[in-house]
Design a binder for this molecule. Structure first.
Ligand code: FE2
Ligand code: FE2
Length: 179
């Protein structure tokens, strides 16, 4: 297997979560109430899985190694766009969190929450498609079989550390709140 395999499985799970946003948007529209537990769970997924684990492997390993290669102008342009799109999704998740916080304080931010959920559900599948259809496969050709095998091992090692990083953060947060 080459390193694209795990990246594409991760895309399928991210798409699955984004599809669930539609039902949630409908519920908020009907009730004008925000299920903050759903938002917290979705945000945790977007931050820990989509951003830290998935974008982490893209940016810290794949894009890092591609930056060492003589990329075609087209591939270089797409890679830079992808990095910008990761930033955009991070910012949108941040705005969603902020709107949820204000909702908890009593402000009616339901329309904002809907807008950010919609933004993520519409934008992110286009980002995934760009990677799946126009970037990952041609990019593998810059790497030898050995380099691809090494990258796959590095991906697995990156993933292995994630569960520990996540729960170190959880404990640190609880600790900070209990002070
Ligand atoms: Fe990406
Ligand atoms: Fe991706």
């Amino acid at each position: 297997m080459n390193p694209i395999g795990p990246m594409m499985w991760e895309h399928r799970l991210i798409e699955k979560l984004l599809r669930l946003f539609e039902g949630e948007i409908r519920k908020i529209n009907e009730s004008n109430k925000v299920d903050t537990v759903f938002i917290d769970t979705a945000v945790d997924f977007m931050r820990t899985y989509a951003d830290r684990t998935h974008h982490g492997k893209e940016e810290d390993i794949l894009f890092r190694d591609l930056a060492e290669k003589q990329l075609s102008p087209e591939h270089l342009r797409i890679m830079n766009e992808l990095v910008e799109e990761h930033k955009y999704s991070r910012e949108t998740v941040g705005k969603l969190v902020e709107a949820k916080e204000r909702y908890l304080k009593g402000e009616n931010t339901a329309p904002e929450v809907i807008a950010y959920l919609k933004e993520l559900a519409q934008f992110y599948p286009v980002h995934i498609q760009k990677e799946d259809k126009r970037f990952f496969f041609p990019c593998m050709e810059y790497f030898s079989k050995e380099e691809q095998d090494k990258m796959l091992v590095e991906f697995y090692e990156f993933d292995r550390k994630m569960i520990h990083e996540k729960y170190l953060k959880v404990v640190a947060q609880i600790e900070a709140q209990s002070l």
